[in-house]
Design a protein around this ligand. Structure first.
Ligand code: ZN
Length: 314
């Protein structure tokens, strides 16, 4: 990612389990008889005390692999990040050991998913913060239940490796936040498709997803798009009526060097409330329907990107 920060999107949303959910802690029973075989990840939060939570890395991993699936479905060339031969991270690591390559060079060579989610050589444009239960639901969320791992295996007919006991969360509401920096509008569009799938309970989280665990739903809370270094009225941009992707702020040479796709500003489907302070302009949407409408509008940018790369609109 180039050093200049030109746009930044923050989306807050609530995640609710719609059935048993297990994000494994890695602290298994062993010698401690009070623990089950597989336990939900916990941390000590300044205000909530000891609580279960959804680590940002788990959210990022699940949303990334869902975006990879979507990318492959529409015919884009998407790497397998773990593959030593084809994974963008591994390829670029080898390249940067042989020659000196610039940030633009590295970015240029990435597959669409690594451009958003990063890889071992280049940090990502996207971050997910840890999602904690809301203060109102923290007690519910921590009233975890015990499930039989063998019973789960019987559902699918797979060979049972149990019996083992799982600690699952079934209630509560977790506050998640996604931050995307220097974004192209098509990045937002792809993420919007993935988040819509999460809202429809098609993007499960955590352990034993293929066996029906981890179904969650989502509610949008707040969408904020900020443009640091923009002084609103003085530069003639229409922040009430436009959402601006990264290419709006770059020269043709920069766009070419990074292999960005040039994009026109997007007219938001719902008008934002605009704040201007400290040389930073911020667009805000707080109604869930408005946020959904804005995100949905960005999906056309994703479809346009896919078409430009010779893929199909799935
Ligand atoms: Zn890649």
């Amino acid at each position: 990612m180039h050093k200049k920060l030109v746009n930044e999107l923050r989306l807050s949303f609530a995640i609710r389990p719609e059935g048993p959910l297990l994000i494994k802690s890695g602290r298994e029973a062993g010698a401690d008889p009070t623990l089950l075989d597989m336990n939900f990840v916990r941390t000590t939060h300044a205000e909530l005390g000891e609580t279960v939570y959804l680590p940002g890395s788990s959210l990022k991993g699940a949303i990334r692999s869902h975006c990879e699936k979507i990318g492959r479905t529409v015919g884009l060339n998407v790497c397998n990040p773990l593959d030593m031969k084809s994974g963008c991270g591994h390829k670029l690591q080898r390249l940067s050991q042989q020659t000196e390559v610039s940030g633009a060079d590295l970015y240029h060579r990435l597959c669409p998913i690594c451009r958003i989610f990063g890889h071992t050589v280049m940090s990502s444009h996207i971050q997910f913060s840890d999602a904690y239960p809301t203060p109102e639901t923290v007690r519910q969320a921590n009233r975890t239940e015990e499930r039989d791992g063998v019973a789960i295996d019987r559902v699918s007919g797979a060979v049972a490796v149990g019996p083992f006991q799982l600690e699952v969360v079934t209630r509560g509401e977790f506050e998640a936040r996604m931050t995307l920096r220097n974004f192209q509008l098509w990045h937002v569009g792809l993420l919007a498709v993935a988040l819509r799938d999460m809202a429809n309970q098609w993007l499960p989280l955590g352990f034993a997803r293929s066996r029906g665990l981890g179904r969650v739903s989502l509610t949008y809370r707040h969408l904020e798009i900020a443009y640091p270094g923009q002084f609103g009225q003085t530069d003639g941009r229409d922040f009430q009526g436009q959402i601006l992707g990264v290419t709006t702020f770059l020269t043709d040479e920069e766009i070419k060097a990074y292999d960005y796709t040039p994009e026109e500003p997007l007219v938001p489907a719902a008008r934002p409330e605009v704040e201007k302070e400290w040389g930073r302009v911020t667009q805000n949407w707080t109604r869930p329907e408005a946020i959904e409408a804005v995100l949905k509008a960005t999906v056309t940018c994703w479809a346009g990107y896919v078409k430009g790369k010779g893929g199909v609109n799935g």
